[in-house]
Design a protein around this ligand. Structure first.
Ligand code: SF4
Length: 484
C-alpha cells in the first residue's frame, strides 16, 4: 500500500468528499499549475501567469453535474479558485465568500488576481456527458485577454477527497485509486501488503497487531518522503483527528434548525441529545439506550456535514458519521478506553480502508453506497474489534462482516443532497459495525468468507450496478419520494 493513514482521514468541509473536498482541491491544483507554468516560462515571479488570465471556465461532468448542486460542487470549485483549502477554510465564511463572487461577478484568483466571472457562462454542468476515466470528471480552462486558452486540465475526484489529473488516472488501473502521496512503492514499507490475506500473513510472521504494522509503515512512508515522523508524532496526529471528530459530534448535538438545500430537513440530533441528557434515568429501564447514543453521535456528525461544517473524511464525508460514532461509543461506553485505544482504533480502521481503496473503490459514483457506508462500517467493525481485544484474524472477520451485509447498497440521495438517506444511513452503519465486531469477537477468527473475497464482490457488484444508483439521483429514493 502506498497510502498514508492520513489519506483516509482528512480534515475537510461538508457535505461531500468526492463532490466538495475533491473539486476544491482540484481547483487549487489548477491554480498551482498556473503558478508552476510561470516558473517554467522563466517569467518574473509573482503573479505573471495569473495576471495574464482574464477568464476561467469550469465544466462539471457525470455525477459531479447531476448531484453537484446538492453536494455544493459549484461552491467548492469557486472556493478552490480563490485559493481556499478544505482543511483550513473558515466554514462560517463560505456563504459570504461565494455571495461576493456572485454579486460582484468577480473571482479573485488565488486571492490576488481579480477576473470577471459570469457564472452562467463560466460554470457549466454537463448533465448528459461523462468524461472517459471516471464519473466524477471536471475540466478547467484559463483564457488570456485574446480569448486563447493558456491552460486546460482535466481532473477526476475519485472518492474520499482524492484527486487525480488526467495523466495520473490513465496511469492507474480502472477502479484503483492512488494516494495523493503516491509514487511510494509498497516495497519501501517494512510490512508491505496489498490484500487482507497479505496483511494477516505480515501479522503472523512478525507477531505484530494490525495497528502496530500500520504505525511502523506510516513512519516509513514519511521517512521516504524526507520527513522524520516518529511514532509519537503519528499518534499525536491521530489524536488530533479524533479531536476534530469529537468536536464535530459536540457541535452537532447542539446545533438546531433546518438543514440547507430546500428539503426542509430538521436537525434531529439536538433534540435526541436533550432527551438523553435530561432523563438519564431512562437508561436504567431501557438497556438499549446506548443505541440511542450511537445514533446520536452519527446523526450529529452527518447533520454537521450536510450543513457544510468541518468534518473528517472517514473514509468519505457522506459516511463521515460511522467511525466517529463507533469511536465515541468506545470512548464513552467501554471500560478501560484510553488514548492508546483511540490510536489503535484509527490505525486499524485505516488498514481496512486502504484495502478497499486499492482493490475496489470508496467512490459512490463508481460502486454506490457500498463504497461509503459499507466501507466505513467495515473499517469501524474491524477497529472496534481491535480495541475490544480481538486478534488480527478476528479483526479481519469483523471487517468482512461489516461489508458482507452492505453489499449492493445503492446511492440515491434525494434532491442530490447528502441528507436523505445519508444521515440515517450513518446510524445504521454504526450500529451494524458494533454488531459485526461483537459477532467476530465471539468467534475464533475462522470464517467462511474472507475480507478479500467480500472486497472483490463489492467491486464486481459496483460494476454491475446501474448508473442511476451511483450518486446520480436518477433512481431509488431520489425518484420515488416527492419533494415538497
Ligand atoms: S446515499 Fe450513501 S453514498 Fe450516496 S451520498 Fe448518501 S451516504 Fe453518500
Amino acid at each position: 500500500m502506498s497510502l498514508s493513514i492520513f489519506d483516509l482521514f482528512k480534515i475537510g468541509i461538508g457535505p461531500s468528499s468526492s463532490h466538495t473536498v475533491g473539486p476544491m482541491l482540484a481547483a487549487g491544483r489548477f491554480i498551482d499549475q498556473l503558478n508552476a507554468d510561470q516558473l517554467e516560462t522563466s517569467q518574473p515571479k509573482n503573479k505573471t501567469s495569473l495576471s495574464a488570465i482574464s477568464r476561467v471556465k469550469i465544466e462539471l461532468f457525470g455525477s459531479l453535474a447531476l448531484t453537484g448542486k446538492g453536494h455544493a460542487t459549484d461552491t467548492a470549485v469557486l472556493l478552490g479558485l480563490l485559493g481556499e483549502q478544505p482543511d483550513q477554510i473558515d466554514t462560517q465564511q463560505v456563504d459570504s465568500l461565494v455571495d461576493q463572487i456572485r454579486h460582484q461577478n468577480t473571482l479573485n484568483l488565488a486571492g490576488e488576481h481579480p477576473i470577471h466571472f459570469d457564472e452562467s457562462r463560466d460554470l457549466i454542468f454537463h448533465f448528459q456527458d461523462t468524461l472517459p476515466e471516471h464519473p466524477n470528471g471536471m475540466r478547467f480552462s484559463a483564457f488570456d485577454q485574446a480569448g486563447m486558452i493558456c491552460l486546460q486540465e482535466i481532473y477526476y475526484s475519485v472518492g474520499g477527497g482524492f484527486v487525480l489529473s488526467n495523466d495520473e488516472i490513465k496511469a492507474k488501473p480502472k477502479l484503483s485509486t492512488g494516494s495523493e502521496l503516491g509514487g511510494i512503492s509498497a516495497e519501501h514499507r517494512p510490512y508491505p501488503f496489498q490484500s487482507g490475506s497479505a496483511l494477516l500473513a505480515q501479522g503472523q510472521t512478525s507477531g505484530k497487531s494490525i495497528s502496530e504494522i500500520m504505525l511502523l509503515n506510516e513512519a516509513a512512508l514519511w521517512s521516504i518522503q524526507g520527513t522524520n515522523m516518529p511514532q509519537e508524532q503519528i499518534k499525536a496526529k491521530l489524536l488530533h483527528i479524533w479531536q476534530v471528530m469529537d468536536d464535530c459530534v459536540r457541535r452537532g448535538c447542539k446545533a438546531t434548525g433546518i438543514l440547507p438545500g430546500g428539503l426542509n430537513i430538521k436537525r434531529r440530533a439536538p433534540e435526541l441529545y436533550r432527551e438523553l441528557t435530561e432523563k438519564p434515568e431512562n437508561a436504567l429501564k431501557d438497556q438499549l439506550t446506548v443505541m440511542d447514543w450511537i445514533n446520536l453521535f452519527a446523526m450529529a456528525v452527518n447533520e454537521e456535514n450536510a450543513a457544510g461544517g468541518r468534518v473528517v473524511t472517514a473514509p468519505t464525508n457522506g459516511a463521515a458519521g460511522v467511525i466517529p460514532a463507533v469511536l465515541s461509543y468506545y470512548v464513552r461506553f467501554l471500560p478501560h478506553a484510553n488514548e492508546d485505544g483511540i490510536v489503535q482504533f484509527l490505525s486499524t480502521a485505516s488498514a481496512i480502508g486502504m484495502l478497499y481503496k486499492e482493490n475496489a473503490s470508496i467512490s459512490a459514483a463508481e460502486v454506490g453506497c457500498q463504497g461509503e457506508i459499507g466501507v466505513a462500517c467495515s473499517m469501524a467493525a474491524g477497529a472496534l474489534c481491535a480495541v475490544m481485544g480481538g486478534s488480527n484474524e478476528q479483526i479481519e472477520n469483523a471487517a468482512e462482516i461489516g461489508m458482507e451485509h452492505n453489499l449492493g447498497l445503492t446511492c440515491d440521495p434525494i434532491a442530490g443532497l447528502v441528507q436523505v438517506p445519508c444521515i440515517e444511513r450513518n446510524t445504521m452503519g454504526a450500529v451494524k459495525a458494533i454488531n459485526a465486531a461483537r459477532l467476530a469477537i465471539r468467534g475464533d477468527g475462522y470464517h467462511h468468507v474472507s475480507l478479500d473475497s467480500v472486497i472483490e464482490t463489492m467491486r464486481q457488484t459496483g460494476l454491475d450496478m446501474q448508473d442511476k444508483y451511483k450518486e446520480t439521483s436518477r433512481g431509488g429514493l431520489a425518484v420515488n419520494v416527492v419533494n415538497c
